[in-house]
Structures are given as structure tokens and as C-alpha cells.
Ligand binder design. Structure first.
Ligand code: SF4
Length: 387
């Protein structure tokens, strides 16, 4: 029988699993803390668990991390990891350090079925959903490998200590994939991020970014309301149909109604709207004016984040001129909408949003070939963390 990967469980799931082994819930809490708070995978090292429980676990369970294929560190401190998820697929997680926070951008799928025109992941097509364990393992790896490197005195750009041992304070589900199209795996992962027995992140600091899967926005609001970012990118349906094909199924009016419902339960009293600035496509003042009208008509409290496009050849699109971005932002701000322009981070390592998956499959194939040649070179993450 295949051993169960304990990364796949949130605390309730782990408690049910432990109950099946004849163990009480508090044992699950202890086990959860060993894995997620202390980064330990080896049951033998979990010293406050009864020996017979550890022996039972060793027979039926593992704590199996993702295999890291590569790491790229940007001059600005951004770190991008590429993880092997099998069968030629790879996903990326990106760590973005700032003075007051450490953010991890996490992937939810290998590839993506939504196919946004400006997104290199969308151009790859969809391979498969990640499991809960594969989503959680990205945070586990990032948090514990960074802690270990900090303890070893390695020079890294890290946020200022917030009084806890933790390095990552914010998670954004903005990596590869549409998280709300992998809902069943996503929600237990979010619960693990939030659990005080695991990473203890605030709901306000965990953000799900969606292209607008309306029914799942409603479910998330009920099941696990975290901060929400909506990839809008256009103020009117014909343009959004073109840029975000999911719009044909859930047009802007339905999306804004779902946002209005979501904000009732959201941990923040606004929705963040992402808007990728595309030269000559959606960046004119008439588009900003239409956005203002949309926001006023919908009544949704929103903030805008204007994202500089990261060009890739297949897109046929260009980044907006800085003057166009400033004028667009000013018009929204003059209309009393808080608007920021996203700083590009990690440009030198292709880690900026929209490039997350750029050439991943190509690179993965290259890595798979390399892997076959040099099998020993691919790091087993857990070995590294627990060394
Ligand atoms: S922007 Fe997000 S939803 Fe759209 S194709 Fe890319 S990963 Fe998928």
C-alpha cells in the first residue's frame, strides 16, 4: 500500500487520519507542528510523540516534499525555485523579500486552462492540478530552507524580523494556474497556511488571485475567506473576452456582483483588481474612464494594481509606455480609487508575474534531459532541509 503524504492534509484531515490509527486529535496537532512549524520530516526526530505512534506512522505515512530542480536569485533578492512535479511538468514558486514582509508566490496548477493572452503560463496550456500537498510543499520548502540558510549565516535579502521565527508572512496564490479551478486541493492548503499549528498566517495576508471563476468565488467566501485579487485587465466585455477568455462564461457584470458578495465576508474591506497594462490594447484614458464608471456602477470597494506587462514572443503584445501607465493611474486616483503600479521584481531571473511559467515546459524538458544525464544533481529538498 502506498504511504500517505502528510502534506496532503489540513489539520482536520490529519486528525481524521490519526483517529484511524487510534490516536487522539492532540497527537495530530503535535505532528502538524513538527512538520509545518519545525520543518521536520523524519518521524524518529519527533521526540514528544509516543514511540508506538511514531512506529505506526513510519509504516503508513511519509512527509514527501517536492524535488527542487533549480534556484535563481535575483540581484534584488527575489528567489525563484523550479520544482519537479513529475512527467515533464514543473512549477515555480517565487520569494519576494521586502523590508516589512516576505511574500511567497505559489502555484496551484501545472499550466493553466484559462489561456489569458498576456500570460506565458496560459500559452503553455494545462497539464494538471497540483495536489494539496504539492501546494503546501512550496511554502514548506521556502520557509524552512530560508530559515536554515539564515541560521547558517548565508547572505540573503530577508524581511526585517517581525518578532517571530518566520520568514514568510504573506502568500499569494498568483503563480502558475487558476487556483479556483483547483478548488478541492486549494482550500485545505489555505487552511494549513492559516492554522496556528502550522504557518499561522493572517487571512489578510493570504491572497487568492482569480481570473473570475464566479461560482468558486462564492464557495471560497463561505469555506475559507481570505483576501481576494481579481485579474480584470479590461473594463468592457468585448475586450475582456479577448484578453481573458473565461469572461465569455462569467462576464464582467456577473464578476462584479460576485466581488460585491465576496467583500461582505472578506478579511479586507476591498477587492484588489489586477490590471496588466498592454500597449495600445487596454491602456488608453478611455479605458481608465470606463473602469471608473464600472467601479462606480458596481459599488464594489476596490483597489487597482497596474502591472507592467512582461513581454514574451508568442504574445504579440508590448509593455505600455511609462507615461501611459502614469496617466492611467492618475485618472483612477483622481476618481478616488487607490491605484498602485506594481514594481517589477526579479526581472533578471524571469520571475516577474506573467513570466512565472515562461519556457517552463521547454526548460523542464531540458532539465529532464539533464536529469537523465546527471540524476544525482537534482536536490532532494527534504534531505537539504533536514541535513
Ligand atoms: S493569468 Fe492566471 S488565469 Fe490567466 S492564463 Fe495566466 S495563470 Fe491562468
Amino acid at each position: 500500500m502506498k504511504a500517505v503524504n502528510l502534506f496532503d492534509f489540513d489539520l482536520d484531515g490529519l486528525a481524521a487520519f490519526c483517529l484511524g490509527l487510534g490516536e487522539k486529535r492532540f497527537r495530530a496537532q503535535q505532528l502538524f507542528r513538527w512538520i509545518h512549524q519545525r520543518g521536520v520530516r523524519d518521524f524518529a526526530q519527533m521526540s514528544d510523540l509516543a514511540k508506538d505512534f511514531r512506529a505506526k506512522l513510519a509504516g503508513v505515512a511519509v512527509v514527501e516534499p517536492l524535488q527542487r530542480i533549480s534556484e535563481h536569485v535575483s540581484a534584488d533578492g527575489t528567489i525563484k525555485w523550479l520544482f519537479d512535479v513529475g512527467q515533464g511538468n514543473a512549477v515555480e514558486a517565487v520569494f519576494i523579500p521586502e523590508d516589512d514582509r516576505g511574500t511567497l508566490c505559489v502555484s496551484s496548477q501545472a499550466g493553466c486552462a484559462v489561456g489569458c493572452r498576456f500570460c506565458s503560463t496560459g500559452h503553455q496550456g494545462f497539464s494538471r492540478n497540483l495536489s494539496t500537498g504539492e501546494i503546501v510543499a512550496q511554502l514548506w520548502y521556502a520557509e524552512h530552507s530560508l530559515r536554515m540558510r539564515r541560521a547558517a549565516g548565508e547572505k540573503l535579502v530577508l524581511p526585517k524580523n517581525d518578532g517571530t521565527a518566520r520568514i514568510i508572512s504573506n502568500v499569494v496564490m498568483m503563480g502558475m494556474g487558476e487556483p479556483l479551478q483547483n478548488y478541492d486541493a486549494l482550500v485545505p492548503a489555505l487552511r494549513t497556511f492559516l492554522s496556528d499549528h502550522a504557518y499561522g498566517l493572517s487571512r489578510r495576508r493570504v491572497t487568492v488571485s482569480t481570473s473570475g471563476v464566479v461560482p468558486m468565488m462564492d464557495r471560497l467566501r463561505e469555506d475559507c475567506p481570505v483576501a481576494l485579487a481579481v485579474s480584470l485587465h479590461a473594463p468592457l466585455d468585448p475586450l475582456r473576452d479577448h484578453l481573458v477568455p473565461l469572461n465569455k462564461k462569467y462576464p464582467i457584470a456577473e464578476l462584479m456582483q460576485a466581488c460585491a458578495r465576496y467583500v461582505q465576508s472578506a478579511p479586507r474591506d476591498f477587492i484588489t483588481f489586477e490590471y496588466c497594462m498592454l500597449d495600445g490594447v487596454n491602456d488608453k484614458l478611455e479605458h481608465a474612464q470606463a473602469l471608473l464608471s464600472l467601479m462606480r456602477a458596481s459599488g464594489v470597494p476596490g483597489k487597482f494594481n497596474l502591472i507592467p506587462f512582461n513581454p514574451f514572443p508568442e504574445s504579440g503584445l508590448k509593455r505600455s509606455a511609462p507615461q501611459a501607465v502614469s496617466a492611467f493611474a492618475k485618472l483612477l486616483q483622481d476618481g478616488a480609487i487607490v491605484t498602485t503600479v506594481r514594481k517589477t521584481r526579479g526581472d533578471d531571473i524571469d520571475a516577474a508575474c506573467g513570466q512565472l511559467a515562461g519556457e517552463v515546459q521547454d526548460r523542464t524538458q531540458a532539465v529532464v534531459r539533464m536529469h537523465k544525464r546527471r540524476a544525482g544533481d537534482v536536490l532532494a529538498l527534504g534531505d537539504e532541509v533536514n541535513a
